[in-house]
Design a binder for this molecule. Structure first.
Ligand code: GLU
Length: 315
């Protein structure tokens, strides 16, 4: 499909540096890179190191080294913060998130929530079959919008959601509809310990970095409803979303950073970078056989129509 407007496509890869990348992370990176590069676009590397306990700068360095080795080069971002929209590590962006939290507070839809994890479990809305916890509303002011009142106890900042359907057209999975109240519930923007929540940070960063296309695993499809709501409240225009199948191990379970043999350490010992790209391209449905190939050699044949919807087993 032709681009409707003449904005240069801008994609991003947003890894959390909590360990070595595995084949699933590289799968997402490759599809995101191909999607924007095949249309002459730019690619941003953003380090999502919001979790201070689990994020390590040495993991970020290894991620950068793996991306160079795979020939997935970025134009902006990374540890050296090249580009105009930095810093590109979320740990350096507290002031920016603060500013947008204040803007959200002005809508009257944010309230201080003093519930502990145990309170939330005890008062959650009727059980979700997939184990998600929907906030039961114990701290929610009776009549919203309300002016923000700072509670005296440690508290998180929680955003009220209406009973509204958020609908979007996913590039891979087609039309998606998420009901904010029943699928997500009021959600946290900043935790009681001061840590910023992923939902706020990702929206602010994607908007401030001018991202036009978000490519990520299909486990984040539901989150997109919450994020579109934030785009609306903050007056940003939303990017397009392409959720991609998850990569599973031979036992059919989603890969995790603990999966033995699937991390980039082991893969780099066993295979060349072209072997890995070829395997991933075949898993995605872009080529029929897993023959060695560079990312650039896939640019001409890349087409979202070819990308599989079902989760894929690593080959
Ligand atoms: N940091 C997230 C992860 O590594 C990605 C979030 C996103 O792409 O929106 O899973």
């Amino acid at each position: 499909m032709k681009e409707i407007c003449n904005i240069i496509p801008k994609g991003r890869f947003a890894p959390s540096p909590t360990g070595r990348m595995h084949m699933g992370n590289v799968f997402t990176a490759l599809l995101s890179w191909l999607s924007v590069r095949s249309r002459g676009g730019k690619w941003v590397l953003r380090i999502e190191d919001l979790d201070p306990q689990r994020s390590k700068v040495e993991h970020s360095r290894r991620i950068e080294d793996d991306l160079h080795w795979l020939e997935l080069e970025w134009d902006e971002g990374g540890l050296d913060n090249s580009g105009d929209a930095g810093p590109y590590c979320q740990s350096g962006r507290h002031g920016i998130y603060e500013r947008f939290l204040s803007r959200l507070k002005e809508t009257g839809l944010v309230y201080g929530c003093t519930c502990t994890r145990a309170d939330i479990m005890a008062t959650q809305a009727p059980h979700q079959s997939d184990g998600r916890v929907i906030y039961g509303g114990r701290c929610r002011p009776g009549c919203l919008p309300a002016s923000y009142i700072e509670p005296h106890k440690p508290h998180s900042e929680r955003l009220y959601v209406p009973d509204r359907m958020m609908t979007f057209d996913d590039v891979v999975y087609g039309r998606q509809s998420v009901n904010l109240a029943s699928h997500c519930g009021d959600f946290v923007l900043r935790r009681a310990d001061g840590a910023w929540a992923y939902q706020l940070a990702v929206v602010v960063d994607d908007a401030m970095m001018g991202i036009t296309e978000v490519v990520r695993g299909n486990d984040l499809l539901l989150s997109t409803g919450q994020q579109l709501y934030l785009y609306d409240l903050l007056g940003f225009s939303a990017p397009r979303f392409a959720h991609v199948p998850l990569v599973c191990n031979k036992a059919g379970q989603r890969l995790s950073k603990r999966d033995a043999g699937m991390g980039m350490d082991e893969m780099r010992l066993k295979y060349s970078s072209e072997d890995i790209i070829g395997r991933l391209a075949c898993m995605a449905g872009l080529i029929d056989e897993p023959q060695p190939v560079t990312p650039s050699a896939l640019l001409d044949i890349f087409d979202w129509e070819k990308v599989r919807k079902e989760d894929v087993c690593v080959i």
